[in-house]
Design a protein. Structure first.
Length: 298
């Protein structure tokens, strides 16, 4: 198997897992979003720590911590990345367990556009006219949907902003993805452990107090969080960015289908128009990016 095929299979597997992740959180719907979040942090850290040990990356992990401690700006960025991904996980879990899967999928559709704007303002990246046009179309779509619905889609915007800002922080840090996710969970681990223990002591927790299946599902949150990240890292190492970027739309598409057809969430004509506008913008953006990549390759 060629490196390209390995990368493509890994990327597709990653985005499929992310796309069907609402199925997993729905199994824990009665547990509570914040308790699920706490256990996701705890068991993600445990899983990643074991993975780092198995890969012999302990010394790299320690050296990274020393580097972050000696550079205050890097340390601040690491803390920011940790808080942003925690906020993103929290919004997503809350959205899924409160029947807002459609809104969450919309957030991940508009996320690339937000990331592009951050690239322009934070990293002074240049955009083609077609890319600017796609951003304007996406903005008009979001504005039109907000006016028609009478509200700003806060879940969608929150997911897009937190993940885009998280990506920007990671871009500045340049840290190995396995090391990064371990540190991100480590930094918020005290809160997660404290909250889980408080729930248990108050008799309100679901871990070790209900069924064994609930316990396994909460512990499994670490695997379902880390496994796609490992696959994503593999895909990123073997695929061109334009291919990797195009594959990412598989994830919100699967979530959207789950929300509409499996969980029967409302999907109005206004929402359909908003999604159609975003899809148009993404198509234009992808076309422009494809042309740019071809010119670079020639």
């Amino acid at each position: 198997m060629t490196e390209y095929k390995k990368g493509l299979l890994a990327a597709l597997a990653c985005y499929i897992l992310w796309g069907v992740l609402p199925l997993y959180w729905k199994l824990l719907e009665g547990t509570g979003a914040y308790e699920i979040l706490a256990h996701r942090i705890i068991w993600s850290f445990v899983f990643m720590a074991l993975l780092l040990a198995a890969l012999g990356m302990g010394s790299l992990f320690r050296n990274t911590i020393k580097d972050l401690c000696s550079h205050s700006l890097k340390g601040a960025l690491m803390v920011s990345a940790s808080l942003l991904i925690t906020a993103n996980w929290c919004i997503f879990i809350w959205a899924v367990t409160h029947d807002h899967i459609v809104d969450s999928s919309f957030g991940y559709y508009i996320n690339p556009m937000v990331s592009v704007l951050l690239g322009v303002f934070l990293f002074h990246e240049k955009l083609s006219k077609l890319k600017w046009a796609s951003i304007v179309i996406a903005f008009l779509g979001i504005t039109g949907m907000s006016i028609e619905l009478g509200r700003l889609p806060l879940i969608s915007v929150g997911l897009a902003l937190t993940f885009a800002l998280y990506g920007a922080a990671k871009k500045k840090l340049h840290i190995n993805p396995f090391i990064s996710i371990t540190l991100e969970t480590l930094l918020v681990l005290p809160w997660a452990l404290g909250y889980a223990l408080w729930l248990y002591d108050a008799g309100e927790g679901h871990f070790l107090t209900e069924s064994a299946s609930t316990d396994w599902l909460l512990m499994g949150a670490g695997i379902v969080t880390a496994a796609p990240l490992v696959l994503f890292s593999t895909g990123a190492n073997h695929l061109p960015l334009n291919v990797l970027g195009f594959c990412q739309y598989l994830s919100p598409s699967l979530s959207l289908l789950l929300g509409i057809f499996l969980y029967h969430e409302p999907f109005s004509t206004v929402q359909l128009a908003g999604f159609a506008t975003i899809w148009t913008a993404l198509l234009l953006f992808s076309l422009s990016d494809f042309r740019e990549q071809r010119r670079k390759g020639s």
